[in-house]
Write a protein that binds this ligand. Sequence first.
Ligand code: HEC
Ligand code: HEC
Length: 228
Amino acid sequence: MVKSLKILARLSGIAGLAGLAFLAVSSSAFAAGSTPAALKKGKALFAENCEVCHRADAIGEPGVAPSLTNPELLALASDKYFAGTIRDGREDTGMPPFAHLGRGNIRAIVAFLRSHAVGPNMAAEVDSQADAHGDPRLGQQWYDNICSTCHGVAGDGYEAGGTGTAIGLPGFLNKVSDGFLRETIKKGRSNTRMLAFQGPAALADLNDQEIDDVIVYLRQLAKTKSDE
Ligand code: HEC
Ligand code: HEC
């Protein structure tokens, strides 16, 4: 699977747009909805319902709403993640639920967001990664030292005055896999304040085990909150 995706990614580089179009069809459950008419509809629905917070072209604004069109999010997020987040919103954050729009309209918005993708969607592979195992106490130390400045001490995000989203709340965590968290922490998100936390150029170069420790801590944090 890993290998075939890598080959596909390479092929799409060679074949250019034709390759990308092929990937879009093969990897997106909503490909059938991605007609020019659906995209136009999705764009209009986005302008009407989302742009006030997520801004034009969904580039986001720190402390207001995250970017929905950065390449890392589009590569990691499944259509199910997008549709579910739009439908349910995120409790205790500024992201309202949009279930009233109905499935067809939500699907059109997802297709519009997807049209900004520059590479293949890796969600299936990322979501099938093994769950994180580690030490939540060590994870908390990393979290408190590095992440809490932007995401809030308890992971409450903007509510705590941070520029990052509410990554300690069930509204986010219940919808993502550990693979999604792992890859986001490793790679960061281009053109946002979310930096990469692995590699020589990273703000802090965390190894795989340290990243898993942070993930285990986040999961624990959300569990404490839903028990409250
Ligand atoms: C300098 C500020 C900053 C720091 C430090 C930071 N983040 Fe972020 N993070 C952000 C922002 C901002 C976003 C959302 C991107 C956007 O605004 O479009 C984000 C997004 C995320 C997301 C995706 C959340 C979502 O809603 O999809 C995860 C997961 C995440 N960060 C984890 C971490 C972890 C773990 C750490 C510590 C190792 C960390 N971040 C440190 C600013 C930061
Ligand atoms: C009133 C402001 C507001 C509106 C309107 C709004 N959002 Fe959001 N949205 C947010 C905030 C704030 C967050 C981050 C919540 C958090 O801190 O976890 C968010 C998060 C998201 C996320 C998760 C992104 C990620 O990085 O994981 C998606 C997807 C999303 N919104 C889609 C939409 C769509 C599509 C619409 C329109 C149908 C919309 N939003 C309308 C404020 C808004």
